[in-house]
Every structure is written in structure tokens, then in C-alpha cells.
Design a binder for this molecule. Structure first.
Ligand SMILES: O=P(O)(O)O[C@H]1O[C@H](CO)[C@@H](O[C@H]2O[C@H](CO)[C@@H](O)[C@H](O)[C@H]2O)[C@H](O)[C@H]1O
Length: 677
């Protein structure tokens, strides 16, 4: 007879270096979106979904339950949603921030012991095996869940556990074990004592909707009057508001409105000397009349500015101001805070530059000065000052020539108190630097759009912006022109070139803008440059806003299409379609539920008619092969009935170089096609 040992040997473990989470068998990794290992928040607007994926797996064949956890940062309790397996151990779920405040999310997963047991039971039952032992195991699991439950659930779980371990016929007990209601009840009381929580809590900046979508119009208020020999005032500029509003813009952006320095003032066309009546560049901020918190007396008073902001608001326009942290030599800071500037050995201050551009009329600030805290605090107070005047949107000049840390601090501090504030980064520089600014807090960013003109350039660039991780932190704002950039395409392409670039900017990006004069197709440049001839940057202009050849009606129409088309209010569902002609670009944007489908086709050649075939991936749009669908051109009004994937397009730039189609599905036969509805 075998001897049974009286005692079991205890293995000495005290000196072993065991991991703390040794019995957490589930691995949670690659939670996305995640920016730089969670160093920076992703960006969303109120009501915009955050779709989260994670790689979640365990050893063996046990089933897993994974939950997405999210909450407003200031709350203590996580909200949970079950993640769904997409296959290949990738899991997904989503949440939608409802309030404009910072949110957080992470993922937690654990072994689904009851689910694993149940799946195994099904296999054994299907194979006709005896499952008496399994039913006892199941009873134990259900009973454990009962101990974690309370109230009616507790009672029901204990009753089920008793039934599973009872003497009732196995068939009956199997039916109880596999009852969906039991599975559902048990799943509400899982054993999470060994759950694995992703090792990072990830952050979401939640902005107001205007941060995602809006049409910008830039204008120099001093050129809003009838006389090129004197500055227009804010009061006169108010007369422009109805027309700008009628064109359908949402945001009215003004270059700096502060007193302009006299020293080293620039003259027309960037001349290094100015005549006595030349107004100077608005970016040369500061004179004896004041600095960044003052209004240029030629434009009026602070009260006049506030009046302008209120008048704009009545027209549905939100005023955005320029923040340019630099000083004319006449700025009060230069005398009052010489320590905020970097002095050369001879005592002079070197002027600012953004190579290869030279800005001989301004001094840069020294963000590393010994009194950097004083300087940073003062600059923050500049933003706060204009917020007090009713401004909530700032276009920030040349942010890439100031430290990243400064912007992260400034934007963070301002948005803590004023979460509605929007900062647009005007940085035209290296991609990583532009992305770095966006990660650090800039709400939106200028882009390379003005220099992307061919089908390949546009497709590659937009794919990068909308299909890579950049889409989670970099919100592009497609300005079609700026006072610094009149691209050769616009200089030489005539009116169709303006129509093309308008259609592209306004439909490719949810936020886009034009600088005034675009609607007039103003295309005269300083020879061999992208600078406007007689630029408003250096002189006052008086414009004929009704001049022949203008495209104001088209601008208004396109902005109306944007407003009425939810598909154009976001960028992430942009898809390019194949065309057999490189001068024809075609793409679509859709809402998630496909209730709004906008298909855009543009002839990129402003000089010649182009035609060709476009392939519409009808399956992605929920259209069956052969099923007719209607294309309603929201620009020209025409309607077409297409039946299949490949379709013919013909665009004459002299008529209209672009179609912006609304696609209507579920037209069951040609008889249903009413070209007039
Ligand atoms: O450097 P960027 O290309 O980003 O241009 C922005 O900043 C410039 C400096 O503020 C600004 O330049 C204009 O103002 C300067 C200062 O008065 C002046 O010397 C430049 O000639 C004039 O173009 C530019 O307009 C702005 O968009």
C-alpha cells in the first residue's frame, strides 16, 4: 500500500523576486489613439467620437472581457463600455465626450472565467460528452458571481448555482447553464481582482465645435474704406460685415490692430524705407501710442474695437485676432524691459527673421531672458486682455520661433480658465516642428496646402493628415491664400484657378480660409515671388468689392454647401477615388451613417477642359452593383443618375472646374429619378 505523506512541503519563496502582477494573465498593449506614449492629449470636439482600439490577449484559450474606461478628468468614477473583438486580438470601443472639458481614457481587461467555461461546455455537449463535473465547476463560478452581486441578482445567481449542482437531469442543468440571461447576469459581476489595466491614462482635449469646423475670412480693417490715402476705422470696417457674412464665413480674422512703430518702418512692397505717409506693417507692433494691449489710433479706440466685435457677432461672425509676440523698436517694452531682448555686444538688438525672410522692422523677444517668468506672465496677460475684450480665437504669428514649452504653458493656462479659446498656429516650417506645436496645444494649424497643387501632392498630403496618427492632434486649416502667399498657380491660372483652390480648400478641410481679395481673383504678384504686388501689409488699399470677374457668389454657395453638409464638418472620413486622368481629382466625405455623402470632382487644370472616368467604391457607400444613385451638383444644380462604379466626368474650367455632388442612394429604378427634386 502506498504511503500518503502526512504534511505537504512548503517551497521557500520569500527571497524570490516575483512580479507584483504575476497573476494578471491578460496583456493590454498598443492602446490607440495615443500620442507619444501618452505625453500629449488627443483632440476632439464636443460630441465627436473617440474610437479606441487595443491589443488584448492572454495565454491559452481563455475568453477575455475588455472594457474601455473613460471619464471627465475632474471626475473620480470611470464610465465603462465593453470592447468588441475585431479579430487578431484587436479590440475596439468608443465614447463621446459630451462636455467641453478635458477627458481621460484607458483600457482594462480580465479573464472571463464563466464565458470560457461556458464555451468549453458547449463544445463538450456538442461532442456528446458527459458534463457532470463541468456543471459542478460552473455552479462554483455562478456562486462566486452571486457573492459579488446583491439584491435580486444575488438571489437569482445563487438559485442558478444550486440548480446546476442539483440532482436534476443533466439536460435540464445544461439548459440552465447555457441560458443567455444567466450569462448576462454573471457578466455583470466579474472577478476583476486580477484584471490588467493599461499602464497609462490617456488624455483628450475637448474643444468647442468651431475648433473642428469653420470658414475663415482674413481682412485688413485699415483697407476697408474708400480712400487709399488714409486708414479706414473700425467703424468704417463695420460696413464690410454684411457682405462677409453673406458670403457665409464664420470667423473674421484681423492682422494685428495695435499701434505701428515708426523706426525702420517698411514702405510699399517691402521697401526698407517708408515715406512720411506710409502706414507700415501691422506686425511691427508698438509705438509711443502703446503696445500689444493698445489699438492703433488710426483704427479708432478700444471701445470702437469692442463695438466692431459686437457688430460682427450680430452678423454671425466671430472675430479672431493676431497674436504676434515681437516688438517694433518703438514698443514700450523696449525701454521698460530691455532685459526681455537679446542685446549684441555693441548694445544693439538684432532684428527678427524667419529665414529666408527678414523682418528689419521688428525685434524678437528673448524667451530665455533672466526675467523669463516676468516676460511669460506679461505675454499671458496680453491674451487675457483681448479675451476680456470679447476675443476667443487667436491666430498666432510665427509660433515656431518661440519655445514649445512657452506655448504649452500659455495655452494650458489660458484654456484652464477659458476652455473656449482657440489658437491657430501660423507656422510654415518643418513638419515635425509643426506637429510639435500642435501636440503642445495649438487647436488648429496652418498647412502646406497652398503648395500642394497636383493630384499626387494633394492625395499624399491629405492622406497623411487624415489617415495617420496626425489626425488625432493636428487640425489642419486650409488657407487658400494669405497676405504672404499668392501661389504661382493663382498668379497664372486666372479665375478658374481661384475656383479650383476654393473648391479644394473648402471641401478637403473642415476648417479653411481665404484672405480678402481672393474672392476678387486678385493675382498680381511682385515678379518672381509669392508676395502680392502693392501688398496691404505695407500700404492701404481701397478695393472695388464688386469688380468684374469676382467669385463672391461661388464663395457664398460653397460656404452654404459646407454648412448644410455634415460630411464636410470633419476630415477623418475623406477617401480619394481613382480617376484615369491625372488632372481630375475625385474624393468623397461621408458621415458615419452615410446619411450625407459629398463627392467632389475637380479639374486641376485651370486652362483646359479635362474629362475621364472615376471609380466610385459603391460598396463602401452602401450601393449594390447596378443600383442607381443620384448625383446632385450643389454648385451647378444639375443631377445625374449613375449606375455603377465607373462613371464619366467632364469639367470645363471656363464653365465650372468643380462639381460638389450630394450623393443620394436608394433610388430603386430610373423611374424614381426625379431630376427636379
Ligand atoms: O514669418 P511668416 O512667413 O510666418 O509670416 C508672418 O510673420 C511675419 C512677421 O511677423 C509677418 O511679416 C510681415 O511683418 C513683418 C514685421 O512688420 C515685416 O517685416 C514683413 O515684411 C511682413 O511681411 C507676416 O506677414 C506674417 O504672416
Amino acid at each position: 500500500m502506498k504511503k500518503t505523506p502526512k504534511t505537504t512541503k512548503t517551497v521557500k519563496t520569500a527571497k524570490e523576486n516575483f512580479p507584483e502582477d504575476a497573476r494578471k494573465r491578460v496583456v493590454v498593449e498598443r492602446v490607440r489613439p495615443e500620442i507619444d506614449a501618452g505625453r500629449y492629449p488627443i483632440k476632439r470636439t464636443v460630441g465627436e467620437k473617440v474610437v479606441v482600439t487595443a491589443h488584448v490577449f492572454t495565454d491559452g484559450h481563455d475568453r477575455i472581457t475588455a472594457h474601455l474606461l473613460h471619464k471627465a478628468k475632474k471626475e473620480d468614477t470611470w464610465m465603462e463600455t465593453a470592447m468588441e473583438p475585431l479579430g487578431n486580438d484587436v479590440w475596439e470601443s468608443a465614447f463621446t465626450p459630451a462636455v467641453q472639458q478635458p477627458y481621460e481614457y484607458t483600457v482594462e481587461a480580465w479573464i472571463d472565467r464563466f464565458g470560457s467555461w461556458r464555451a468549453d461546455l458547449v463544445k463538450r455537449v456538442d461532442a456528446g460528452q458527459d458534463v457532470a463535473g463541468e456543471l459542478l465547476e460552473g455552479a462554483a463560478l455562478v456562486s462566486e458571481a452571486g457573492r459579488r452581486a446583491s439584491g435580486a441578482d444575488q438571489k437569482a445567481l445563487h438559485a442558478a448555482a444550486d440548480a446546476l449542482s442539483s440532482e436534476r437531469p443533466q439536460k435540464e442543468r445544461i439548459a440552465i447553464a447555457l441560458d443567455e440571461k444567466l450569462a448576462d447576469r454573471v457578466s455583470r459581476y466579474p472577478d476583476r481582482s486580477r484584471a490588467t489595466r493599461y499602464d497609462r491614462i490617456l488624455a483628450v482635449t475637448v474643444d468647442r465645435i468651431r475648433a473642428r469646423y469653420g470658414a475663415w475670412y482674413e481682412m485688413f480693417p485699415r483697407s476697408a474704406g474708400p480712400d487709399p490715402n488714409r486708414s479706414a476705422t473700425f467703424l468704417e470696417a463695420e460696413s464690410r460685415l454684411p457682405e462677409i457674412a453673406a458670403m457665409g464665413f464664420d470667423i473674421l480674422y484681423l492682422p494685428p490692430i495695435h499701434p505701428i512703430g515708426k523706426s525702420f518702418r517698411k514702405g510699399p512692397n517691402n521697401a526698407l524705407t517708408a515715406g512720411p505717409n506710409d502706414p507700415g506693417s501691422p506686425w511691427a507692433i508698438g509705438s509711443e501710442a502703446g503696445g500689444h494691449k493698445a489699438v492703433d489710433p488710426n483704427l479708432g479706440t478700444l471701445d470702437d474695437f469692442r463695438h466692431f466685435v459686437e457688430a460682427a457677432d450680430r452678423h454671425g461672425l466671430e472675430v479672431a485676432l493676431d497674436i504676434a509676440f515681437q516688438c517694433s523698436p518703438d514698443h514700450p517694452y523696449v525701454k521698460e524691459h530691455p532685459e526681455w531682448f537679446r542685446h549684441r555686444p555693441d548694445g544693439t538688438i538684432k532684428y527678427a527673421e524667419n529665414p529666408p525672410k527678414k523682418y528689419q522692422d521688428i525685434y524678437p523677444l528673448n524667451f530665455e531672458s533672466d526675467d523669463w517668468k516676468g516676460l511669460w506672465t506679461e505675454l499671458k496677460s496680453v491674451v487675457e486682455f483681448w479675451i476680456e475684450q470679447g476675443v476667443k480665437i487667436f491666430r498666432v504669428d510665427n509660433p515656431h520661433t518661440k519655445p514649445f514649452r512657452f506655448w504649452e504653458w500659455l495655452i494650458g493656462e489660458i484654456q484652464k480658465k477659458h476652455p473656449e479659446t482657440i489658437f491657430l498656429a501660423e507656422a510654415f516650417t518643418r513638419p515635425k516642428v509643426m506637429y510639435g506645436l500642435a501636440k503642445g496645444g495649438f487647436t488648429q494649424s496652418y498647412t502646406y496646402f497652398t503648395w500642394r497643387n497636383t493630384k499626387q501632392e494633394l492625395t499624399e498630403y491629405l492622406t497623411e493628415l487624415t489617415q495617420t496618427e496626425a489626425r488625432d492632434f493636428f487640425r489642419p486649416n486650409f488657407f487658400a491664400n494669405t497676405p504672404d502667399i499668392l501661389h504661382e498657380y493663382l498668379q497664372t491660372g486666372g479665375r478658374p484657378a481661384f475656383q479650383v483652390r476654393l473648391a479644394l480648400a473648402a471641401t478637403l478641410a473642415a476648417s479653411y480660409g481665404i484672405y480678402s481679395g481672393f474672392e476678387l481673383c486678385e493675382n498680381r504678384a511682385v515678379h518672381g515671388t509669392e508676395e502680392y504686388l502693392d501688398s496691404e501689409k505695407y500700404q492701404i488699399r481701397a478695393w472695388d468689392w464688386d469688380r468684374p470677374g469676382n467669385i463672391k457668389d461661388l464663395v457664398a454657395r460653397v460656404n452654404r454647401i459646407r454648412r448644410e453638409s455634415p460630411a464636410l464638418h470633419a476630415n477623418d472620413r475623406l477617401r480619394f477615388y481613382t480617376t484615369d486622368n491625372d488632372q481630375l481629382i475625385c474624393y468623397a466625405k461621408t458621415t458615419e451613417d452615410l446619411s450625407n455623402i459629398i463627392l467632389v470632382a475637380v479639374n486641376l487644370d485651370p486652362h483646359h477642359l479635362q474629362h475621364g472616368w472615376v471609380q466610385v467604391p459603391i460598396d463602401e457607400l452602401g450601393i449594390a452593383p447596378g443600383e442607381p444613385y443620384q448625383l446632385h451638383d450643389l454648385i451647378g444644380g444639375d443631377r445625374y443618375l449613375w449606375h455603377d462604379a465607373w462613371n464619366y466626368i467632364r469639367l470645363d474650367p471656363m464653365v465650372s472646374p468643380a462639381h460638389i455632388f450630394r450623393v443620394r442612394r436608394k433610388i430603386h429604378s430610373e423611374r424614381d429619378f426625379d431630376p427636379f427634386t
